[in-house]
Write a protein that binds this ligand. Structure first.
Ligand code: G6P
Length: 672
């Protein structure tokens, strides 16, 4: 599809390990018809890139899209402005399909124009087709638009536009924005507006977004305004990259990091106009506005596979560094834990009498571990809840409730909605997030960023371990402010945390047996995971990884619950992964898990046992023994999770699956 006129869619631990443990317990389908709109679910989680400068824009945009492909990979498209023509190409399927199509065309300027926008889409409903792929053009072919979000009043707008004779080509809400923008620009011209060029386009965008309801990031180019891209954002991510004689727009910085490390985070309801020499930010009312400038300290290689077969393997290998980075600078000279942004007083935190943790997916499992640590160190109740369930059961919240929202992306809609509900109830909200300037931290009262760097693989690994570290730090911070732990006790835990990267490096160097085991398990029909205490969420996470990546039936259980049902699943040869607590930490716990291992073995299970180095007694119960470095009980998930990540990744690879982009999933789920 091409041509000048072509065409939407984001953790108490004790016993024989006195030093640490004693310290621890110190105290759309859219077009159908507009009438169907209410029941329609829109494609809504996409990657967006824009470029203006003097270099050929197409390759820059395609490279950016490749880094954003984790956001969606159902279809991709580009629009390039060159010599008063907008050239577009778009294809259903992965970016490779688009690149192939682009490779087959030649000589029409698409490879040479120096203004471009590009899009990669993740559909939640409806078939991803060439026709529904972005960009979308206005009926007159003058304006090209790409979109991430949902235009909620799309049905009304479409009917209005159709009544004026506009014919819709696609089933998307985005196409409305294209037609509206063209109409607004035209109306401004016809009314003899004093504005011209880029300013006219920006004003057209302002008028357009003021007619839209919902969440959106929109980027647009106009055939009559080469050298300009205009963008608007509401409830959907957008960052600006500031170059030398060139500027960039993208859903996240990884898209332009190889060109510039200077970025601007846009505020809510802002419009940004980029030209090669300028970045102009205004609000939806037309007043001058500013974004928040920041320097990106990742390097370009952080966004590449770095020699690994998969981003996931690279990200697993990066975990020691990610933990070290997350711990960097966290202890002040006065021995206090340092958060990144705090809009709460110490008294607010002293008043906290209950903690809720809200999160989804892997982040929820991090929250489950956090519960053990926070309750143990603080002696206040802490509940963990799936963000998608939280607000619907009308939780009891007030000013003295602390809600901790954990999210790698900072954009997960379920978590964001739960956070907003908590704020409405006057609770204090603290975010743990890996994405600077994303919506969840922006709307929270305090933030602790995990410095994990970009996580590209859909299945979360380094984000999980850094979330655990962040949870420990917050548990310690609370305990310190509340006066239940002394500075030296906090420092001792932080010190122990600082040793985990080295332990983890050792562990990662000994994973060859796990890889061999993975190849052996690739034909299993069911894999079960059991654990107790903090080993329970680890079991859940191990099972989740296997489901996500290997598309195998996998279940995680609290080991004590086995006898209440799940044990019936065990048949001759059923693989059961058993997460064994440290004998040094809580001997009772460990002995109970060992009993559970014997129970499953007696019923024919093939046991894969993850146990601490030196726990030799456990070997006789293991068909496969995976040893992990000695770690205090509460911190053990930082070790025990890792073999499970590798197991899932290798089984998936052995089964021939796309490890980084598993079917039906997306990295950032911006739909409820
Ligand atoms: C998706 C991802 C998971 C992630 C979850 C929560 O389901 O596939 O890997 O754990 O969202 O994402 P968040 O960005 O909020 O941590």
């Amino acid at each position: 599809m091409s041509g000048a006129a072509v065409t939407c869619d984001g953790s108490r631990a004790m016993a024989t390990e006195p030093p640490f443990n004693q310290l621890c317990c110190a105290k759309v389908r859219l077009s159908r018809t507009c009438h169907e709109r209410k029941s329609a679910t829109l494609p809504f989680m996409c990657g967006i890139v824009g470029y203006v400068g003097s270099r050929p824009a197409l390759q820059i945009v395609l490279d950016g899209l490749r880094r954003l492909e984790y956001r969606g990979y159902d279809s991709a498209g580009v629009a390039v402005v060159d010599d008063n023509v907008i050239l577009t190409e778009k294809r259903a399927g992965k970016l490779a399909n688009l690149e192939k199509a682009l490779g087959e065309r030649a000589g029409d300027g698409i490879a040479s124009g120096s203004t471009a926008i590009g899009h990669t889409r993740w559909a939640t409903h409806g078939g991803p087709t060439d026709r529904n792929a972005h960009p979308h053009l206005s009926a007159d072919g003058r304006v090209a638009v790409i979109h991430n979000g949902i235009i909620e009043n799309f049905g009304r707008l479409r009917a209005e536009l159709e009544a004026t004779g506009v014919e819709f080509i696609s089933d998307t809400d985005t196409e409305c924005a294209a037609h509206l923008l063209a109409a607004e620009v035209r109306a401004l011209r016809e009314a003899g507006s004093e504005l011209a060029g880029p300013q006219l386009l920006a004003e057209g965008m302002r008028r357009t977004v003021n007619r839209l309801e919902g969440a959106f990031t929109l980027l647009a180019t106009d055939v009559a305004v080469p050298g300009a891209v205009v963008a608007a954002r509401r409830n959907s991510p957008l960052v600006v990259g500031r170059g030398e004689g060139e500027n960039f727009l993208a859903s996240d910085v990884s898209a332009f990091i190889e060109h510039t490390r200077e970025a601007i985070e846009l505020g809510q309801d802002q419009i940004v106009l980029i030209t090669p020499g300028a970045i102009e930010i205004t609000d939806f009312a037309g007043a001058d506005a500013t974004g928040k400038e920041f320097h990106i300290d990742w390097d370009a290689s952080a966004a590449e596979k770095g020699g690994y077969d998969y981003f996931m393997l690279k990200e697993i290998a990066e975990q020691p560094q990610a933990i070290a980075d997350t711990l960097l600078g966290r202890l002040s000279e006065r021995g206090e834990i340092v958060l990144d942004e705090v809009r709460l007083t110490d008294q607010d935190l002293r008043d906290v009498d209950k903690v809720f943790i809200i999160a989804c997916g892997t982040a929820y499992h991090a929250g489950m571990v956090a519960k053990y640590a926070i309750e143990h160190w603080n002696r206040i109740p802490c509940e963990v809840e799936l963000a998608s369930e939280f607000r619907y059961r009308d939780p009891v919240l007030d000013r003295s409730t602390l809600v901790i929202a954990i999210s790698q992306s900072g954009e997960t809609m379920d978590t964001l909605m739960a956070l907003r509900h908590a704020k409405e109830q006057k609770a204090r909200v603290l975010a743990i997030c890996n994405t600077n300037g994303s919506t969840i931290p922006r709307e929270s009262d305090a933030v602790l960023y995990t410095h994990g760097g970009p996580e590209i693989a859909v299945a979360s690994t380094k984000a999980f371990l850094t979330q655990l570290v962040a949870c420990y730090l917050i548990g310690l911070h609370l305990a310190q402010i509340r006066g239940v732990m002394y500075a030296d006790e906090v420092a001792a835990v932080v010190d122990r945390l600082r040793r985990t990267p080295d332990d983890l490096r050792d562990l990662l160097g000994q994973m060859e047996d796990v890889r061999a085991l993975a190849r052996d398990l690739r034909t299993a029909s069911t894999v079960l995971f059991i654990g107790r205490h903090v080993g329970f969420p680890v079991a859940l996470e191990g099972a989740l990884k296997l489901k996500e990546l290997a598309y195998m039936h996998a279940e995680g259980f609290a080991a004590g619950e086995l006898k209440h049902g799940p044990i019936a699943l065990i048949d001759e040869g059923t693989p059961v992964v058993c997460v064994v607590p440290s004998p040094a930490g809580r001997g009772v716990l460990r002995d109970k898990v060992v009993s559970n291992i014997q129970e499953v073995r007696a019923r024919g299970a093939r046991t894969i046992v993850i146990a601490e180095e030196g726990d030799n007694a456990v070997a006789s119960y293991a068909d496969h023994l995976i040893s992990v470095p000695r770690t205090p009980t509460l911190l053990a998930p930082l070790m025990t999770t890792v073999p499970l990540q590798i197991l899932a990744c290798e089984i998936a690879a052995a089964r021939g699956h796309d490890v980084d982009q598993p079917r039906n999933l997306a990295k950032s789920v911006t739909v409820e």
